[in-house]
Design a protein around this ligand. Structure first.
Ligand code: A3P
Length: 304
């Protein structure tokens, strides 16, 4: 058990990852009661890697036949986290009723999780459900998390400095971390089971979103045909950072009554970490990442 910060007073080391105290019950219920269906689609990520963006894209792609004009699209009035819930956060309280509701949802069901691959419920690991994983270079992931979790520090007694938060990140002590174990778990799975796990990087999506939206649609078995190119372009625009950040629901709404939706949209850039890292921080994290990812074939772009 380690002290946390912001909304998570403690992190518990459990099944080889650091579970934020606020998610313990939800993780337990998700693992114990959730039953996967073969056509489920999961968005998985380490926090602050571009989950909100991927949720919006996945939801829009899966439902593109229902909202051809996009005028009444649910993403215009609901935050992506409402439409594609994290199950480890949703499955708290009266779980029986929630599990029944989940089993009656329109298919394909679209969910999300921050759980590391080995801790996913068995029915997810063993079924044919598809998982789309997004990760981001650890420098930007850390900085994005620092800003996000600092928002809650003003109302909490668990305050730390960026240097302390950085030390913890380097020791792996961060919600759902260590970062490298999370990323490598899904990376290995995507190599051995490419039809089950599609492994994406935030930086690649920023560089060529059309290519990756096509990849996601192909992976989900609903490729865009030539005549649907306009639809694909509209989805990309609808899910873009500027469009999403500017929607009323994302400017003024709340997620799970505790987080203002606006906090999910900060800068949306590659390389903001340069404004926060000292030379010694750069050296330290670069060394750790090089060592941890060595031999995996996985690397990250850290500048645009
Ligand atoms: P920054 O804090 O660097 O701006 P998550 O969704 O996993 O919580 O990650 C949040 C990060 O993704 C934030 O990064 C946020 O600004 C960025 N983001 C959110 N929506 C995005 C979008 N539509 N396009 C690109 N980046 C987005």
């Amino acid at each position: 058990k380690e002290r946390g910060w912001g909304k998570a007073p403690y992190f518990y080391f459990f099944q080889n990852f650091w579970c934020p105290s606020i998610s313990l019950q939800g993780v337990h219920n998700f693992q114990k009661y959730f039953q996967a269906k073969d056509n489920d689609v999961f968005v998985a990520s380490f926090p602050k890697s571009g989950t909100t963006w991927l949720k919006a894209l996945t939801f829009a792609i899966i439902n593109c036949q229902h909202f051809e004009s996009l005028v009444n699209h649910p993403l215009l009035t609901s935050n992506p986290h409402e439409l594609v819930p994290f199950l480890e956060f949703s499955l708290v309280g009266d779980v029986d009723e929630k599990i029944v509701k989940l089993s009656h949802m329109t298919e394909p069901r679209n969910f999300a999780t921050h759980l590391p691959f080995p801790s996913l419920p068995t029915s997810i690991k063993e079924s044919n459900i598809r998982i789309i994983y997004i990760c981001r270079n650890p420098f930007d992931t850390f900085v994005s998390g620092w800003h996000f979790f600092s928002i809650f520090m003003s109302e909490s007694s668990h305050k730390i400095t960026i240097e302390e938060a950085f030390e913890r990140f380097c020791n792996g002590v961060i919600g759902f971390g260590p970062w490298w174990s999370h990323v490598l778990g899904y990376w290995k799975e995507s190599i051995t089971r490419p039809n089950k796990v599609l492994f994406l990087k935030y930086e690649d999506l920023k560089e060529d979103i059309s290519f990756h939206v096509k990849r996601i649609a192909d992976f989900l078995g609903c490729p865009f045909i030539e005549e649907e190119k306009g639809m694909m372009e509209s989805i990309i625009k609808l899910c873009s950072f500027d469009k999403m950040k500017d929607l009323e629901v994302n400017k003024f709404g709340h997620h799970l009554k505790i987080i203002e939706n606006k906090h999910f949209f900060r800068k949306g850039e590659i390389g903001d970490w340069v404004n926060h890292f000292s030379p010694s921080m750069i050296e330290k994290l670069s060394k750790i990442i090089e060592e941890k990812l060595s031999g995996s074939g996985l690397s990250f772009k850290t500048q645009s």
